[in-house]
Design a protein around this ligand. Structure first.
Ligand SMILES: [Zn+2]
Length: 157
């Protein structure tokens, strides 16, 4: 089912972990509406603006799936409000900066970039727009740490 011209419900709910571990990853009506809002307000404008395919590496996560992949306990992925994205042929850092330049109404954007395979986490919330910009780093001891960035700091990464 198409949510926008370039994004389908299937790609927003697909998860290898869910398939492998037989985890139900079906959104309810509210979560479905949030996924649609995320596509309409964030993913589609990014896709159209950079004119390259965007791959969603993680979109909606049921509570069980979020636990299985080690997601944050209050992750916006569980509400259908967030997606992790990459763009082949463009570094995650470039994608991150391009999105910041677009002025789209994201709630939170995170450059998850301390590893060689980096990605961008981005969320949309119809009732709040915190405009939060974070840098995620992954300490050798494990886990993840987040640092708040100003837009200027983010553009200078
Ligand atoms: Zn994420």
């Amino acid at each position: 089912m198409n949510l926008t011209d370039h994004f389908t419900l299937e790609e927003l709910v697909f998860s290898q972990t869910a398939v492998r571990d037989n985890i139900d990853n079906k959104p309810n009506n509210g979560q479905f509406q949030n996924l649609k809002n995320l596509c309409v307000n964030i993913l589609e404008p990014v896709r159209v603006s950079i004119n390259r395919p965007i791959a969603v590496t993680s979109g909606f996560r049921s509570e069980r799936l979020n636990k299985a992949v080690g997601g944050s306990p209050d992750s916006q992925h569980m509400k259908g409000q967030a997606a992790d994205i990459v763009c082949f042929g463009m570094s995650a850092k470039s994608l991150f900066k391009r999105i910041l330049e677009l002025g789209i109404p994201y709630d939170q954007i995170i450059y998850e970039g301390a590893q060689t395979n980096a990605w961008v986490h981005i969320s949309f919330d119809a009732v709040q727009s915190r405009r939060s910009i974070l840098l995620a780093t992954f300490p050798p001891a494990g886990g993840v740490q987040y640092a708040k960035l100003t837009k200027t700091e983010a553009m200078n990464l």
